[in-house]
Design a protein around this ligand. Structure first.
Ligand code: SF4
Ligand code: SF4
Length: 127
């Protein structure tokens, strides 16, 4: 590359702004985020704790406890393969189009189903 060509590249880079993004303080523009697979989201109210997602997960990122009505995910293990979303019989898993914020710990995201109100006893007409 000639000195002239090199100077042109230097000048262009000087005035074109940074090529990288200040992650996480600056998020991607929505149209770029739309191309990302995002991250697993759960509608915990709809979950029946069948463990199909956990069995299908290739990285063992999901743990399900039917007894505690608890579903949790280790986001650092998840490779966003979408297999759990495809296998869920209640369709309560989805790829949310947003970023996983950076973290310095290996905490899991834990979701607990709130207790359901007891069913009203059936009233028999005329009784
Ligand atoms: S497959 Fe769906 S319904 Fe079953 S435990 Fe996973 S999220 Fe819940
Ligand atoms: S997207 Fe894939 S790796 Fe991530 S939790 Fe679901 S099955 Fe596991």
């Amino acid at each position: 590359m000639s000195v002239f060509g090199m100077s042109r590249t230097i000048m262009r880079n000087l005035f074109s702004g940074p090529a990288t993004r200040l992650y996480p303080t600056r998020e991607k523009e929505p149209h770029r985020a739309a191309r990302s697979r995002g991250r697993i989201e759960i509608d915990i109210e709809a979950c029946i704790f069948c463990s199909a997602c956990a069995k299908r997960c290739p990285t063992d990122a999901i743990i399900v406890s039917k007894t505690d009505k608890e579903w949790n995910i280790d986001r650092l293990r998840c490779c966003t393969c979408n297999a759990c979303v495809e296998v869920c019989p209640k369709k309560c898993l989805a790829m949310g189009n947003r970023y996983t914020p950076p973290t310095v710990t290996k905490d899991k995201d834990i979701f607990r189903q709130p207790p359901r109100p007891p069913k009203e006893p059936e009233t028999i007409p005329g009784a």
